[in-house]
Design a protein around this ligand. Structure first.
Ligand SMILES: [Zn+2]
Length: 409
């Protein structure tokens, strides 16, 4: 149990939401042990965090491969171009060394290679599966976490201070956020530009993305929290923007404090304002969040019960971690879903952790002739719907889990 704020260390905390008993969401057995998942908020700095995390084994068990999603691949094409352009705009030259933290199967580094062929690229990722695939693609990757313990080994691989560090969707999963920023601050030089992307906690609260809370997600910082942690570790944010990705994400650019900077965009100023407004109205925002969360789960249960009463077979498509949270939040007697399709071969044949729902291939799901297919990966809804329709599934049978959640009871 974490008893102090991961950012400011205050012990004045309050429960934002109790998600009930949840398994580790990237595990794959029906019998997985469950543990109460309690999300708290620091009353002093408003940082939101998982107070009862189970420290996951990302080396052996992490099965998610970014390249399996067209949306992620397209976003990588766009981001790689933007990263190189951002660097050139400030430094007037191509970067020599770029590190990506949590490089997964190398999907972003491959794109950066195309945009900047002479840049030395280094990936850092703990997952053995992702490492194996990245290696096959010829990507220089360090298998391990980005932390103090591994810092010297990572530095050796880079050979030089990196010009760019990219960390997409990492800070949520970092067990010790302060150590992460400390490691970053040692890694960077005066000219290093660090780009971090993470799901917007401001949007998570306002849009009630309760399913994004799971044991492996530790930190849900607001933009102002990141600014504070960066500042305490000799860094500062100098640019940023919103990204319509993952239900609303934030991109921030950081540099060493006092190092020259040229950008403070209007968009970044707006993000800061929004983050400050969130803090100013946090009581209202969190109380609305709690009510919406309860209503969402009831709406899903009602939807499944109605389908059962009509004798309709309900299946699901895509088994991301957020599906695990949702399916473990529903009372099991109301859950009549038996199968969920997923493109990942590593997931097929396994279970949605903590449930008896089996993960199968799309072909198998089609053969089961479902009356309703619920799309759990709502952030990939359009892509998934298009894919299902192209395989002959009637448009009207496909439901976005987010639309079900907002149905009137
Ligand atoms: Zn705090």
């Amino acid at each position: 149990m974490i008893t102090a704020c991961p950012s400011c260390k205050s012990i004045e905390l309050e429960i934002l939401v109790n998600m009930g008993h949840q398994p580790m969401s990237h595990y794959t057995k029906e019998t997985e042990e469950k543990k109460e998942l309690i999300i708290k908020r620091c009353k002093k700095c408003s940082m939101i965090f998982n107070s009862s995390p189970i420290i996951g084994d990302f080396e052996e068990e992490y099965k998610f491969l970014s390249s399996t999603s067209t949306l992620i691949k397209n976003e990588a094409k766009k981001q790689s171009k933007e990263i190189i352009e951002h660097y050139i705009k400030i430094e007037k030259k191509f970067p020599k060394v770029l590190i990506e933290i949590a490089s997964n199967d190398g999907y972003l580094l491959e794109e950066i290679k195309i945009k900047s062929p002479n840049t030395r690229l280094v990936g850092v990722d703990p997952s053995k599966l992702a490492f194996k695939i990245a290696n096959k693609k010829g990507i220089n990757q360090f298998q391990g976490y980005f932390n103090m313990e591994n810092l010297d080994r990572i530095k050796d691989i880079c050979g030089d201070k990196p010009d760019i560090i990219v960390a997409n969707n990492v800070i949520t999963h970092v067990p010790n956020l302060i150590e992460f920023f400390k490691t970053l601050s040692i890694m960077i030089g005066d000219h290093t530009k660090t780009c971090i992307r993470f799901q917007s906690t401001e949007q998570l609260l306002k849009q009630c993305h309760h399913e994004c809370f799971y044991h492996e997600n530790y930190n849900f910082p607001l933009v102002v929290n990141i600014e504070e942690i960066a500042n305490k570790n000799g860094m500062e944010v100098y640019d940023g923007k919103k990204i319509e990705y993952h239900g609303g994400s934030i991109e921030l650019w950081l540099k060493r404090k006092k190092a020259e900077s040229t950008i403070i965009s209007k968009e970044y100023q707006n993000i800061r304002k929004e983050s400050q407004n969130t803090i100013n109205n946090i009581e209202n925002i969190t109380s609305t969040f709690k009510k919406k969360k309860e209503k969402s789960i009831k709406a899903i249960e009602m939807f499944l019960m109605k389908a059962q009463a009509k004798g309709q077979k309900v299946g699901g498509y895509a088994a991301p971690q957020k599906a695990v949270t949702v399916l473990n939040s529903i009372k099991s007697e109301n859950n009549n879903i038996k199968w969920i399709g997923d493109i990942s071969k590593d997931k097929q044949g396994t279970f949605i952790a903590g449930t008896s729902i089996r993960i199968i291939s799309l072909d198998d799901l089609i053969n089961k002739k479902m009356d309703i297919i619920v799309v759990f990966a709502w952030n990939l809804y359009d892509e998934i719907k298009e894919c299902l329709v192209s395989r002959g599934i009637d448009n009207k049978k496909i439901y976005n889990i987010k639309d079900i959640e907002s149905m009137e009871l």
